[in-house]
Design a protein around this ligand. Structure first.
Ligand SMILES: NC(=O)c1ccc[n+]([C@@H]2O[C@H](COP(=O)([O-])OP(=O)(O)OC[C@H]3O[C@@H](n4cnc5c(N)ncnc54)[C@H](O)[C@@H]3O)[C@@H](O)[C@H]2O)c1
Length: 395
């Protein structure tokens, strides 16, 4: 039996592949169409941490781990997943191969369409390939915590009991989902299709509501720095904490959107990967749609994240300033109503996790090593979510 990792050349995918290469004794098939490399380069940006071409990093991974059963496949999910699942009948698939950017998806019709087609059609191709050829395979799918509707109560773990119009539901129902950008709506739709596939076809899926991931370190980063995972900090593909630390190291004021009142969950890259490895080792049951809220920090405001980076920077002698003038997502008009995420399943897994302050220090240390590759040029322009134009500074 084998495990398929879709999106294996990406930030999470490569880190997971390295981890599984040292911890899982099953052949690994690493699939990626390398579209992230191309999209980032179209933005005039590049991975801050240098990465080898895909075939070379696969060859290096085989050499460092001494494993010959690690196969790289350069192809799009829709083009290859049916054949791969038919030929290998994998025990499990991890599906990470999507376009992961809300700003990208909101910038034009062409990019909204590209995001919808890539993410949703790809997800359907995975579901149908499993149904046709390996209905007992375990699908681990990376969704997003941004799928949940922010409605002032804690974010339930996928399904909740509820009272609707004064009537108690007779079974758990999906926690409400609503999003304000195209990317997250593709994730919501994925979740609906996965839930359908579990109910109607008896597939087994772990659907991970992933909070924002930060950090650099992978299982093999000490063994060979060329096995590091990619790292993006531009405004389109860089997520909030990674971007803040990159800005701090570059001496650019941190772009705290909308005054930083929005809140989010966080988890380190190493912890996210450990959790994925744990779900793979402990699969969902037949017909089960198991939803995991994957965050170690279950609710933190963007302003508090910025202040934490400011403190960590000060420890390293950096004078970190905050820029509160940009509001590309129009957050000032929309008070944050997100509750903290319930993360019972992650806590029950008992995987060791890194305290946030420590994770931020590691990230600072690692990015300071690559300070020369941090391009200040690409770090501040933002796309306004209403107009699709470059955002203007406000009050
Ligand atoms: N990084 C985060 O903070 C975060 C948070 C929540 C959810 N996620 C989700 O986790 C997953 C991985 O995210 P990431 O940050 O590693 O993104 P990433 O862009 O670095 O990795 C995705 C990889 O998939 C590949 N890919 C995209 N579409 C493909 C296709 N159709 N066929 C083959 N390969 C394809 C890309 O080339 C890329 O290497 C995504 O689904 C993302 O939405 C990430």
């Amino acid at each position: 039996m084998s495990v398929l990792v879709l999106g294996a050349d990406g930030y999470l995918g490569w880190a997971l592949l390295c981890r599984l290469a040292v911890s899982l004794d099953e052949p690994l098939i690493a699939v990626d169409d390398l579209s992230k490399r191309e999209r980032v380069s179209m933005q005039g940006s590049d991975s801050v941490i240098p990465i080898l071409p895909f075939d070379e990093r696969m060859a290096l991974l085989r050499a460092v781990t001494g494993r010959s059963d690690l196969t790289g496949v350069q192809a799009g999910v829709v083009d290859c997943v049916d054949e791969l699942v038919r030929d290998h009948a994998p025990r499990a698939l991890v599906h990470l191969a999507q376009i992961p950017s809300a700003p990208y998806s909101m910038s034009s019709f062409a990019k909204a369409r590209e995001t919808i087609e890539n993410n949703e059609v790809g997800n359907m191709a995975v579901l149908y390939a499993i149904r046709e050829h390996a209905p007992r395979a375990h699908l681990v799918k990376m969704g997003s915590m941004g799928e949940y509707a922010a409605c002032g109560v804690p974010l339930g773990e996928g399904y909740v009991n509820a009272i609707l119009d004064g009537e108690e539901t007779s079974c758990p129902i999906p926690f409400p989902r609503a999003a304000d950008d195209v990317y997250h709506i593709t994730k919501i739709n994925d979740t609906n299709f996965i839930a359908m596939a579990c109910r109607m076809w008896g597939l087994a899926s772990t659907d991970v509501m992933q909070s924002i991931v930060y950090g650099t370190r992978t299982a093999l980063w000490r063994k060979d720095p060329r096995l590091a995972t990619r790292f993006d900090c531009d405004p389109v593909f860089g997520s909030v904490l990674n971007r803040f630390v990159a800005q701090a190291v570059s001496g650019i004021p941190l772009t705290v959107h909308g005054g930083g009142t929005a809140s989010t969950g966080l988890i380190s890259l190493a912890d996210s990967v450990s959790a994925l490895a744990h779900w793979l080792a402990n699969p969902a049951g037949v017909g089960e749609h198991r939803v995991i809220n994957q965050a170690t920090e279950t609710r933190i405001s963007v302003l508090d994240i910025a202040r934490m980076v400011q403190r960590a920077g000060a420890e390293r002698g950096l004078d970190v300033q905050l820029n509160l003038t940009l509001d590309p997502r129009h957050e000032r008009d929309r008070p944050s109503r997100a509750g903290p995420a319930k993360n019972l399943r992650l806590r029950e897994s008992a995987i060791p996790t890194i305290p946030l302050e420590q994770g931020v220090r590691y990230l600072l240390t690692d990015l300071m090593e690559h300070a020369g590759r941090l391009s200040s040029a690409g770090m501040t322009p933002e796309v306004d979510w209403k107009s699709g134009e470059a955002v203007e500074a406000v009050g």
